[in-house]
Design a protein around this ligand. Sequence first.
Ligand SMILES: Nc1ncnc2c1ncn2[C@@H]1O[C@H](COP(=O)(O)OP(=O)(O)OP(=O)(O)O)[C@@H](O)[C@H]1O
Length: 432
Amino acid sequence: MSLDTGSDQPLVRVEGLRKYFYEQDSYIDRLFGQEPVAVRAVDDVDFEVHRGETLGLVGESGCGKSTTGETLLHLQEPTDGVVQFEGQNVFELEGDRRNEFRRNAQVVFQDPFSSLDPRMTIGKTIQQPLTVHDVGTAEERRDRAQELLERVGLSADQIDRYPHEFSGGQRQRIGIARALALEPEFIVLDEPTSALDVSVQAQVLNLLEDLQEEFDLTYLLISHDLSVIRHICDRVAVMYLGEIVETGPVEEIFGAPKHPYTRALLESVPRASTDERDRDRETLSGDVPSPRDPPSGCRFRTRCPKVIPPEDVAIEQDAYREIMTLRELVERENISLEVASDHAVMTDEGIDVDPSDTDAFVADLKAHVLDTQLPPKHDAVVEEALAPLANGDWDESATRLRDAYESVCELENPKLGDDVHPVACHLYDDER
Ligand SMILES: Nc1ncnc2c1ncn2[C@@H]1O[C@H](COP(=O)(O)OP(=O)(O)OP(=O)(O)O)[C@@H](O)[C@H]1O
């Protein structure tokens, strides 16, 4: 590993990258001219990859890592943004320059079983990029494939064998040999060891490290596996729901993580010692929201254990979280008022609660939707906010809850700074 943090131009610079997938769902949607819903897979992402380094892109499944890697290589059309490779905008390259980029930037995919053509000998597979780019004679290409096989730890005389004759780890070595065929400078490694047995993973990672050293390679390593990231990366970018929330040198990300999401990710790794197991944990709860309709403000706020209450509200995080969840239910009109309360009856006109029974209705509702007893002060505010639901007035109820409890975390999307270890989180607003 060689970390280049000098003032040199980065090999890859990503600015404001967006990739939305548009799905025009059903026939009915089309019939009524509904706007297609955008899946905001990558949403305004900035980062740099310096020559000779390995940048890790980490985050839970579905957060947009692969889409970032593929769009950056122009295997997918971007929705917006710029990717510069050696100072040139990748999305505007044409002719020879485009070919040169295609040679210089390669990818190794996760699944060595589906990424190799079962009908092609591994020799042909490794030579394919050379053939496409018309490099060398047939004999030279075959020689090169044999040389690469040896280099990735296989044997030159296996060149005429087929993929099914190899194990998963060996197949991934073949995939790596193919990526190396055109002597690239930059390789996107997309979960290169996720499909492999644990015992084989370290061998493949060590091979990647050796090759990096020998051929001066720069890597973008995509992985959801923190131990892989720690093993091989110089710097890390942490991704959540289409955005990068923190970047920094690997030892700082693991030793002094800042973003509550990064902390929770690290906490979710099983611990060996009891000491470590017993310490305060900020585990990840709840599902990742849909990238079709991401939360306003900070996208992590719906799962964050450190949401910032309004300045004038003194409240424990657990109680605050409970109220935030309640707000969400009210805003989405996601409570069955009739089921929630013995004192409510649904009629064609809507809900029917005897006005003298409103207090009992609110008490029933609270018991139904809250898991814990709120502190008295907040209990009173919440009761007052829920009362309009006795008339089916969702808007008024939502407004009262919002007025009392709206957080900066839902109002503003925190931006990533540009220092050595930037974080996109309102907890660090003062620091910035
Ligand atoms: N072709 C597509 N059409 C529609 N949505 C897509 C497409 N490709 C990816 N997505 C969506 O974009 C989001 C990001 O997907 P992506 O594969 O980039 O995430 P990831 O972090 O690499 O996850 P994984 O590790 O599971 O591959 C997901 O919600 C995914 O469903």
